[in-house]
Design a protein around this ligand. Structure first.
Ligand code: ZN
Length: 436
Protein backbone atom coordinates (compact mmCIF):
# COMPACT_ATOMS: atom_id res chain seq x y z
CA UNK A 1 0.00 0.00 0.00
CA UNK A 2 1.24 3.46 -0.86
CA UNK A 3 1.37 5.65 2.21
CA UNK A 4 3.01 8.81 0.95
CA UNK A 5 2.29 11.51 -1.54
CA UNK A 6 2.47 11.64 -4.54
CA UNK A 7 1.73 7.90 -4.81
CA UNK A 8 -1.46 7.65 -2.72
CA UNK A 9 -3.62 7.69 -5.87
CA UNK A 10 -2.09 4.40 -7.00
CA UNK A 11 -3.93 2.57 -4.21
CA UNK A 12 -7.11 3.17 -6.20
CA UNK A 13 -5.76 1.81 -9.51
CA UNK A 14 -6.67 -1.65 -10.70
CA UNK A 15 -3.86 -4.12 -10.10
CA UNK A 16 -1.53 -4.37 -13.12
CA UNK A 17 -2.42 -8.10 -13.39
CA UNK A 18 -5.68 -10.03 -13.05
CA UNK A 19 -5.87 -10.86 -9.30
CA UNK A 20 -7.99 -13.96 -10.06
CA UNK A 21 -5.09 -15.52 -11.94
CA UNK A 22 -2.64 -15.30 -9.05
CA UNK A 23 -2.12 -18.61 -7.24
CA UNK A 24 -0.22 -17.49 -4.17
CA UNK A 25 0.85 -14.39 -2.31
CA UNK A 26 4.05 -14.54 -0.23
CA UNK A 27 3.94 -11.97 2.57
CA UNK A 28 7.27 -10.83 4.05
CA UNK A 29 5.76 -9.05 7.07
CA UNK A 30 2.70 -7.34 8.48
CA UNK A 31 3.68 -3.67 7.95
CA UNK A 32 1.01 -1.74 6.05
CA UNK A 33 3.19 -0.85 3.07
CA UNK A 34 3.64 -4.59 2.46
CA UNK A 35 0.22 -5.94 3.48
CA UNK A 36 -2.21 -3.04 3.21
CA UNK A 37 -3.71 -3.88 -0.20
CA UNK A 38 -4.47 -7.55 0.53
CA UNK A 39 -8.21 -6.93 1.19
CA UNK A 40 -8.43 -4.98 -2.08
CA UNK A 41 -6.69 -7.84 -3.92
CA UNK A 42 -9.26 -10.28 -2.55
CA UNK A 43 -12.10 -7.88 -3.36
CA UNK A 44 -10.87 -7.80 -6.96
CA UNK A 45 -10.82 -11.56 -7.37
CA UNK A 46 -7.78 -13.12 -5.66
CA UNK A 47 -8.68 -16.39 -3.96
CA UNK A 48 -5.27 -18.08 -3.78
CA UNK A 49 -3.07 -18.88 -0.80
CA UNK A 50 -1.48 -16.20 1.38
CA UNK A 51 1.72 -17.59 2.89
CA UNK A 52 3.10 -15.87 6.01
CA UNK A 53 4.88 -16.71 9.28
CA UNK A 54 2.72 -17.45 12.34
CA UNK A 55 3.53 -14.07 13.92
CA UNK A 56 2.67 -12.20 10.70
CA UNK A 57 -0.57 -14.17 10.46
CA UNK A 58 -1.48 -13.05 13.98
CA UNK A 59 -0.50 -9.42 13.39
CA UNK A 60 -2.29 -9.18 10.05
CA UNK A 61 -5.90 -8.99 11.36
CA UNK A 62 -4.90 -6.21 13.81
CA UNK A 63 -3.15 -4.18 11.12
CA UNK A 64 -5.78 -4.68 8.41
CA UNK A 65 -8.81 -4.09 10.66
CA UNK A 66 -7.22 -0.85 11.84
CA UNK A 67 -6.58 0.13 8.20
CA UNK A 68 -10.19 -0.67 7.23
CA UNK A 69 -11.53 1.45 10.09
CA UNK A 70 -9.29 4.35 9.02
CA UNK A 71 -10.44 3.94 5.40
CA UNK A 72 -14.07 3.99 6.50
CA UNK A 73 -13.53 7.08 8.68
CA UNK A 74 -11.67 8.81 5.86
CA UNK A 75 -14.45 8.14 3.37
CA UNK A 76 -17.08 9.49 5.76
CA UNK A 77 -14.96 12.58 6.43
CA UNK A 78 -14.41 13.16 2.72
CA UNK A 79 -18.12 12.84 2.02
CA UNK A 80 -18.91 15.43 4.69
CA UNK A 81 -16.27 17.82 3.35
CA UNK A 82 -17.39 17.45 -0.26
CA UNK A 83 -21.02 18.03 0.73
CA UNK A 84 -20.01 21.16 2.62
CA UNK A 85 -17.94 22.44 -0.30
CA UNK A 86 -20.59 21.35 -2.84
CA UNK A 87 -18.10 19.44 -5.04
CA UNK A 88 -17.05 15.96 -6.01
CA UNK A 89 -13.59 14.46 -5.41
CA UNK A 90 -11.47 12.33 -7.77
CA UNK A 91 -12.78 9.09 -6.26
CA UNK A 92 -16.19 8.03 -4.99
CA UNK A 93 -16.59 8.65 -1.28
CA UNK A 94 -16.29 4.98 -0.42
CA UNK A 95 -13.54 3.32 1.56
CA UNK A 96 -10.82 1.49 -0.38
CA UNK A 97 -12.01 -1.53 1.57
CA UNK A 98 -14.05 -2.28 4.66
CA UNK A 99 -13.81 -4.53 7.71
CA UNK A 100 -16.05 -6.99 5.81
CA UNK A 101 -13.43 -7.17 3.03
CA UNK A 102 -10.75 -7.90 5.62
CA UNK A 103 -12.90 -10.74 7.00
CA UNK A 104 -12.94 -12.31 3.53
CA UNK A 105 -9.15 -12.10 3.12
CA UNK A 106 -8.07 -13.55 6.48
CA UNK A 107 -9.16 -17.19 5.89
CA UNK A 108 -6.75 -17.37 2.93
CA UNK A 109 -3.71 -17.03 5.22
CA UNK A 110 -1.56 -20.15 5.76
CA UNK A 111 1.43 -20.16 8.07
CA UNK A 112 4.96 -21.28 7.32
CA UNK A 113 7.87 -21.81 9.72
CA UNK A 114 11.29 -20.25 9.10
CA UNK A 115 13.62 -22.58 7.22
CA UNK A 116 10.93 -25.00 5.96
CA UNK A 117 10.73 -25.64 2.22
CA UNK A 118 7.25 -25.28 0.79
CA UNK A 119 6.62 -26.56 -2.72
CA UNK A 120 4.08 -24.36 -4.50
CA UNK A 121 4.42 -26.08 -7.87
CA UNK A 122 6.62 -28.94 -9.08
CA UNK A 123 9.04 -26.31 -10.41
CA UNK A 124 8.71 -23.70 -7.67
CA UNK A 125 9.45 -23.86 -3.97
CA UNK A 126 9.92 -21.20 -1.29
CA UNK A 127 11.71 -20.87 2.05
CA UNK A 128 11.12 -18.06 4.55
CA UNK A 129 14.12 -16.76 6.57
CA UNK A 130 14.13 -14.32 9.50
CA UNK A 131 14.59 -10.74 8.23
CA UNK A 132 15.23 -9.29 11.71
CA UNK A 133 12.98 -6.32 10.87
CA UNK A 134 9.83 -6.79 12.98
CA UNK A 135 8.23 -9.74 14.74
CA UNK A 136 7.66 -12.53 12.20
CA UNK A 137 9.36 -10.67 9.33
CA UNK A 138 10.86 -12.72 6.54
CA UNK A 139 13.21 -12.73 3.62
CA UNK A 140 11.93 -15.07 0.94
CA UNK A 141 14.05 -17.52 -0.98
CA UNK A 142 12.52 -18.95 -4.17
CA UNK A 143 13.85 -21.92 -6.11
CA UNK A 144 12.54 -22.08 -9.65
CA UNK A 145 13.20 -24.41 -12.57
CA UNK A 146 13.84 -28.08 -13.23
CA UNK A 147 16.50 -30.36 -11.84
CA UNK A 148 19.97 -29.29 -12.90
CA UNK A 149 18.72 -25.90 -13.98
CA UNK A 150 17.44 -24.13 -10.90
CA UNK A 151 17.47 -20.41 -10.30
CA UNK A 152 17.66 -19.10 -6.75
CA UNK A 153 16.00 -15.78 -6.04
CA UNK A 154 16.30 -13.95 -2.73
CA UNK A 155 13.72 -11.29 -1.95
CA UNK A 156 14.98 -9.28 1.02
CA UNK A 157 11.69 -7.78 2.19
CA UNK A 158 12.72 -5.14 4.72
CA UNK A 159 16.22 -5.76 6.07
CA UNK A 160 16.46 -5.30 9.85
CA UNK A 161 19.27 -3.88 11.95
CA UNK A 162 21.87 -6.03 13.63
CA UNK A 163 22.05 -6.36 17.43
CA UNK A 164 18.51 -5.32 18.26
CA UNK A 165 17.13 -6.65 21.56
CA UNK A 166 13.73 -7.98 20.41
CA UNK A 167 14.18 -9.36 16.92
CA UNK A 168 17.02 -11.57 15.77
CA UNK A 169 19.72 -10.47 13.36
CA UNK A 170 18.82 -10.53 9.65
CA UNK A 171 19.53 -13.80 7.80
CA UNK A 172 22.40 -13.66 5.33
CA UNK A 173 23.04 -15.66 2.17
CA UNK A 174 26.13 -16.77 0.31
CA UNK A 175 24.70 -17.51 -3.11
CA UNK A 176 21.81 -16.49 -5.36
CA UNK A 177 21.14 -15.88 -9.03
CA UNK A 178 18.82 -12.96 -8.47
CA UNK A 179 18.57 -10.66 -5.47
CA UNK A 180 15.83 -8.09 -4.89
CA UNK A 181 16.88 -5.83 -2.01
CA UNK A 182 15.14 -2.93 -0.30
CA UNK A 183 17.01 0.39 -0.22
CA UNK A 184 15.07 2.63 2.20
CA UNK A 185 18.23 3.89 3.93
CA UNK A 186 20.53 3.26 0.97
CA UNK A 187 22.18 6.67 1.35
CA UNK A 188 22.68 7.02 5.09
CA UNK A 189 23.17 5.45 8.49
CA UNK A 190 21.14 6.06 11.63
CA UNK A 191 23.22 8.41 13.73
CA UNK A 192 22.81 9.06 17.44
CA UNK A 193 25.41 10.87 19.57
CA UNK A 194 25.40 7.97 22.05
CA UNK A 195 23.87 4.50 22.30
CA UNK A 196 20.07 4.84 21.79
CA UNK A 197 19.17 3.34 25.18
CA UNK A 198 21.56 5.70 26.99
CA UNK A 199 20.16 8.60 24.99
CA UNK A 200 16.62 7.59 25.98
CA UNK A 201 17.67 7.58 29.66
CA UNK A 202 19.36 10.98 29.33
CA UNK A 203 16.30 12.61 27.69
CA UNK A 204 13.93 11.16 30.31
CA UNK A 205 16.11 12.18 33.26
CA UNK A 206 16.53 15.74 31.96
CA UNK A 207 12.77 16.07 31.43
CA UNK A 208 11.99 14.73 34.91
CA UNK A 209 14.49 17.23 36.33
CA UNK A 210 12.66 20.03 34.49
CA UNK A 211 9.30 18.75 35.78
CA UNK A 212 7.76 17.98 32.37
CA UNK A 213 6.33 14.99 30.53
CA UNK A 214 8.01 12.92 27.84
CA UNK A 215 5.61 12.51 24.91
CA UNK A 216 6.62 9.88 22.36
CA UNK A 217 4.71 9.51 19.07
CA UNK A 218 4.89 5.77 18.49
CA UNK A 219 4.17 3.33 15.68
CA UNK A 220 1.98 0.58 17.11
CA UNK A 221 3.81 -2.31 15.51
CA UNK A 222 7.33 -3.08 16.80
CA UNK A 223 8.46 0.43 17.80
CA UNK A 224 6.06 0.60 20.76
CA UNK A 225 7.15 -2.84 22.01
CA UNK A 226 10.82 -2.00 21.57
CA UNK A 227 10.45 1.21 23.56
CA UNK A 228 8.59 -0.60 26.34
CA UNK A 229 11.38 -3.15 26.40
CA UNK A 230 14.05 -0.43 26.72
CA UNK A 231 12.04 1.55 29.30
CA UNK A 232 11.54 -1.59 31.38
CA UNK A 233 15.23 -2.28 31.29
CA UNK A 234 16.08 1.29 32.33
CA UNK A 235 13.62 1.10 35.24
CA UNK A 236 14.86 -2.32 36.40
CA UNK A 237 18.49 -1.17 36.31
CA UNK A 238 17.50 2.11 38.03
CA UNK A 239 18.89 4.28 35.27
CA UNK A 240 15.60 6.19 35.20
CA UNK A 241 13.20 6.71 38.10
CA UNK A 242 10.04 4.61 38.23
CA UNK A 243 7.53 6.89 36.48
CA UNK A 244 3.93 6.51 35.43
CA UNK A 245 4.28 5.29 31.84
CA UNK A 246 1.27 5.10 29.54
CA UNK A 247 0.92 3.12 26.36
CA UNK A 248 -2.08 5.02 25.03
CA UNK A 249 -2.77 3.03 21.88
CA UNK A 250 -5.28 0.17 21.81
CA UNK A 251 -3.63 -1.18 18.66
CA UNK A 252 -0.14 -1.15 20.22
CA UNK A 253 -1.59 -2.98 23.22
CA UNK A 254 -3.04 -5.68 20.94
CA UNK A 255 0.27 -6.01 19.11
CA UNK A 256 2.12 -6.30 22.43
CA UNK A 257 -0.07 -9.29 23.26
CA UNK A 258 1.03 -10.98 20.00
CA UNK A 259 4.67 -10.50 21.08
CA UNK A 260 3.77 -12.19 24.37
CA UNK A 261 2.25 -15.16 22.48
CA UNK A 262 5.37 -15.65 20.42
CA UNK A 263 8.47 -15.50 22.61
CA UNK A 264 10.00 -18.11 20.26
CA UNK A 265 10.33 -15.39 17.61
CA UNK A 266 12.27 -13.10 19.96
CA UNK A 267 16.01 -12.59 20.21
CA UNK A 268 17.97 -14.39 22.96
CA UNK A 269 17.97 -11.51 25.41
CA UNK A 270 14.18 -11.00 25.42
CA UNK A 271 13.54 -14.75 25.24
CA UNK A 272 15.79 -15.33 28.27
CA UNK A 273 13.73 -12.82 30.27
CA UNK A 274 10.55 -14.70 29.38
CA UNK A 275 12.16 -18.00 30.38
CA UNK A 276 13.21 -16.60 33.74
CA UNK A 277 9.55 -15.81 34.42
CA UNK A 278 9.77 -12.07 33.71
CA UNK A 279 7.74 -10.43 31.00
CA UNK A 280 9.95 -7.96 29.08
CA UNK A 281 6.84 -5.99 28.11
CA UNK A 282 5.71 -5.20 31.65
CA UNK A 283 7.43 -3.09 34.28
CA UNK A 284 6.39 -1.19 37.42
CA UNK A 285 4.61 2.02 36.47
CA UNK A 286 3.53 0.89 32.99
CA UNK A 287 -0.18 1.20 32.28
CA UNK A 288 -1.85 0.06 29.07
CA UNK A 289 -4.66 2.47 28.24
CA UNK A 290 -7.83 1.29 26.53
CA UNK A 291 -10.70 3.75 26.94
CA UNK A 292 -10.91 7.40 25.90
CA UNK A 293 -11.77 8.27 29.55
CA UNK A 294 -8.52 6.70 30.78
CA UNK A 295 -6.67 8.53 28.02
CA UNK A 296 -8.13 11.88 29.08
CA UNK A 297 -7.34 11.17 32.72
CA UNK A 298 -3.61 11.24 31.89
CA UNK A 299 -3.89 15.02 31.58
CA UNK A 300 -4.78 15.34 35.25
CA UNK A 301 -1.62 13.66 36.50
CA UNK A 302 0.69 15.86 38.53
CA UNK A 303 4.42 15.34 38.16
CA UNK A 304 6.33 13.81 35.27
CA UNK A 305 5.10 10.88 33.22
CA UNK A 306 5.97 9.16 29.96
CA UNK A 307 3.26 8.96 27.27
CA UNK A 308 3.55 6.71 24.23
CA UNK A 309 0.72 7.14 21.74
CA UNK A 310 -0.03 6.81 18.06
CA UNK A 311 0.06 7.73 15.31
CA UNK A 312 3.80 7.61 14.79
CA UNK A 313 3.88 10.69 12.56
CA UNK A 314 1.23 12.61 14.57
CA UNK A 315 -1.19 12.54 11.62
CA UNK A 316 -4.06 11.22 13.75
CA UNK A 317 -4.88 9.24 16.85
CA UNK A 318 -4.51 10.03 20.53
CA UNK A 319 -1.03 11.55 20.27
CA UNK A 320 -2.58 14.80 19.00
CA UNK A 321 -4.43 15.29 22.31
CA UNK A 322 -1.22 14.77 24.26
CA UNK A 323 0.61 17.20 21.99
CA UNK A 324 -2.05 19.86 22.66
CA UNK A 325 -1.40 19.39 26.40
CA UNK A 326 2.39 19.43 26.20
CA UNK A 327 3.74 21.18 23.13
CA UNK A 328 3.67 24.68 24.63
CA UNK A 329 5.23 23.61 27.95
CA UNK A 330 8.99 24.35 27.96
CA UNK A 331 9.52 21.68 30.62
CA UNK A 332 8.07 18.87 28.47
CA UNK A 333 9.83 16.90 25.72
CA UNK A 334 8.43 15.62 22.43
CA UNK A 335 10.63 12.67 21.51
CA UNK A 336 10.63 11.24 17.98
CA UNK A 337 11.79 7.66 17.58
CA UNK A 338 10.68 6.95 14.00
CA UNK A 339 10.66 8.21 10.46
CA UNK A 340 8.65 11.42 9.88
CA UNK A 341 7.46 11.80 6.29
CA UNK A 342 7.40 15.18 4.59
CA UNK A 343 4.19 17.11 5.10
CA UNK A 344 3.24 15.43 8.39
CA UNK A 345 2.68 17.20 11.71
CA UNK A 346 5.52 15.13 13.16
CA UNK A 347 7.92 16.40 10.54
CA UNK A 348 6.88 20.03 11.18
CA UNK A 349 7.63 19.66 14.88
CA UNK A 350 10.89 17.83 14.21
CA UNK A 351 11.91 20.60 11.79
CA UNK A 352 11.47 23.11 14.64
CA UNK A 353 8.33 24.91 13.46
CA UNK A 354 7.68 27.82 15.85
CA UNK A 355 3.95 27.18 15.72
CA UNK A 356 1.77 24.22 14.68
CA UNK A 357 -1.93 23.81 14.09
CA UNK A 358 -3.69 20.98 15.94
CA UNK A 359 -7.49 20.55 16.00
CA UNK A 360 -7.90 24.02 14.48
CA UNK A 361 -5.80 25.73 17.19
CA UNK A 362 -2.46 27.44 16.66
CA UNK A 363 -0.03 26.34 19.34
CA UNK A 364 3.48 27.64 19.86
CA UNK A 365 6.13 24.95 20.12
CA UNK A 366 7.95 25.56 23.41
CA UNK A 367 8.61 21.97 24.45
CA UNK A 368 12.00 20.37 23.84
CA UNK A 369 12.08 18.41 20.61
CA UNK A 370 14.40 15.41 20.54
CA UNK A 371 15.05 12.54 18.16
CA UNK A 372 16.54 9.07 18.50
CA UNK A 373 17.30 7.42 15.16
CA UNK A 374 18.78 4.13 16.39
CA UNK A 375 15.41 2.47 17.08
CA UNK A 376 14.75 2.20 13.33
CA UNK A 377 13.69 -1.28 12.23
CA UNK A 378 15.57 -0.84 8.93
CA UNK A 379 19.23 -1.46 8.24
CA UNK A 380 21.11 1.73 7.41
CA UNK A 381 23.41 1.95 4.41
CA UNK A 382 26.24 0.04 6.08
CA UNK A 383 23.80 -2.70 7.16
CA UNK A 384 22.60 -3.14 3.57
CA UNK A 385 26.20 -3.29 2.34
CA UNK A 386 27.04 -5.79 5.05
CA UNK A 387 24.06 -7.95 4.01
CA UNK A 388 25.22 -7.90 0.37
CA UNK A 389 28.78 -8.57 1.48
CA UNK A 390 27.85 -12.12 2.53
CA UNK A 391 27.30 -13.22 -1.09
CA UNK A 392 30.48 -15.03 -2.05
CA UNK A 393 29.70 -14.77 -5.73
CA UNK A 394 27.95 -11.77 -7.16
CA UNK A 395 24.38 -12.68 -8.19
CA UNK A 396 23.65 -12.36 -11.92
CA UNK A 397 21.12 -9.66 -11.13
CA UNK A 398 20.63 -7.30 -8.21
CA UNK A 399 17.47 -5.19 -8.16
CA UNK A 400 17.05 -2.33 -5.68
CA UNK A 401 13.50 -1.51 -4.61
CA UNK A 402 11.60 0.20 -1.75
CA UNK A 403 13.47 3.50 -1.66
CA UNK A 404 13.18 7.10 -2.81
CA UNK A 405 14.37 7.18 -6.41
CA UNK A 406 17.47 9.29 -5.76
CA UNK A 407 18.42 7.13 -2.78
CA UNK A 408 18.08 3.84 -4.71
CA UNK A 409 20.00 5.23 -7.70
CA UNK A 410 22.74 6.61 -5.42
CA UNK A 411 23.26 3.18 -3.89
CA UNK A 412 23.06 1.50 -7.32
CA UNK A 413 25.80 3.78 -8.71
CA UNK A 414 28.05 2.90 -5.82
CA UNK A 415 27.42 -0.86 -6.23
CA UNK A 416 27.86 -0.70 -10.03
CA UNK A 417 31.34 0.77 -9.47
CA UNK A 418 32.10 -2.25 -7.29
CA UNK A 419 31.09 -4.57 -10.14
CA UNK A 420 27.49 -5.48 -9.27
CA UNK A 421 25.02 -5.95 -12.12
CA UNK A 422 22.52 -3.67 -10.41
CA UNK A 423 19.24 -2.14 -11.59
CA UNK A 424 16.61 0.13 -10.09
CA UNK A 425 13.45 -1.01 -11.88
CA UNK A 426 10.82 1.53 -12.83
CA UNK A 427 7.24 1.01 -11.70
CA UNK A 428 5.70 -1.63 -13.97
CA UNK A 429 9.01 -2.53 -15.67
CA UNK A 430 9.40 -6.22 -16.60
CA UNK A 431 12.59 -8.26 -16.62
CA UNK A 432 13.18 -11.64 -18.14
CA UNK A 433 15.63 -13.67 -16.09
CA UNK A 434 17.78 -15.94 -18.23
CA UNK A 435 19.03 -19.10 -16.55
CA UNK A 436 22.62 -19.95 -17.37
ZN1 ZN B 1 8.52 -2.97 7.18
Amino acid sequence: MYQERPYLERNWDLFPFPPGEVDALLLTHAHMDHSGLIPKLVKEGFSGRIIATAASAELLPIVLMDAARLQEEDAAFKKKRHQKEGRKGAHPEVPLYTEADVEKALPLVETIAYGKTLSLEPSLSVVFHDAGHILGSAMIEMLAGEAGKTARLIFSGDVGQWNKPLVRDPSVFEAADVVVMESTYGDRDHRDPIDPQALLAKIINETVEAGGNVVIPTFALERAQELIYHLGRLVRTKRIPQLMTFLDSPMATEVTEVFEHHPEFLDEEAFALFKSGQNPFRFPGLKLIHSIEESKAINRIKGSCIILAGSGMCTGGRIKHHLVQNISRPESTILFVGYQARGTLGRQILDHAAEVRIFGRNLSVKAHVEEIQGFSAHAGQSGLLEWLGHFRLRPSYLFLTHGDKDVSHGLADRLAKEGWNVHVPDYGEEWEIKLV
